[in-house]
Design a protein around this ligand. Structure first.
Ligand code: RB5
Length: 154
């Protein structure tokens, strides 16, 4: 799969090992930056990853920041993005199986590199179950997204 990966300065250190893992597993990583430890704003990196998915250039995305929180908040503002901050194995596979998470967010000041690499693998191996109840819930999420797009944006 083509996987867009982006990190701010808080997640920068973990990007190279995750890219290596993706390559070893036969995926095609698309490196959306950042490319130095200098501070950058996580919404900018998030935009690059989210738009790569929206434009069909990537199938999935991975976002790395200090806590994972800012990136997940920003990513979920993009139509069609279902970002999940998953710091445990159960959330990493269930987030994909039930919620069809298409962007995995990790907080690199919270978890270590071994756990981060495990979580990426667990999330990538999981598949959306397609069960009716989960489709129904995701349809409701999409309906919320649509309703909010129709609201005046001041
Ligand atoms: C950057 O200092 C930090 O705020 C960012 O990496 C992230 O943790 C935000 O949620």
């Amino acid at each position: 799969m083509r996987i867009a990966i982006g990190a701010d300065h808080g997640g920068f250190e973990l990007k190279p090992p995750i890219i290596e893992l993706l390559k070893t597993a036969g995926h095609i990583p698309l490196d959306m930056g950042t490319h130095s430890p200098d501070p950058v704003d996580y919404p900018d990196i998030t935009r690059s990853v989210a738009e790569a998915i929206q434009q069909g250039k990537a199938d999935l995305g991975i976002l790395l920041c200090g806590s994972g929180v800012g990136a997940s908040v920003a990513a979920n503002k993009f139509v069609g993005i279902r970002a999940g901050l998953c710091h445990d194995a159960f959330s990493a596979h269930q987030g994909r199986e039930d919620d069809d998470v298409n962007v995995l967010c990790l907080g690199c000041r919270v978890i270590g590199s071994s756990l981060a690499l495990d979580l990426v693998q667990i999330w990538l191996k999981a598949r959306f179950s397609g069960l009716e109840r989960h489709r129904r819930r995701l349809d409701k999420v999409a309906a919320i997204e649509k309703e909010n797009k129709l609201l005046p944006q001041d």
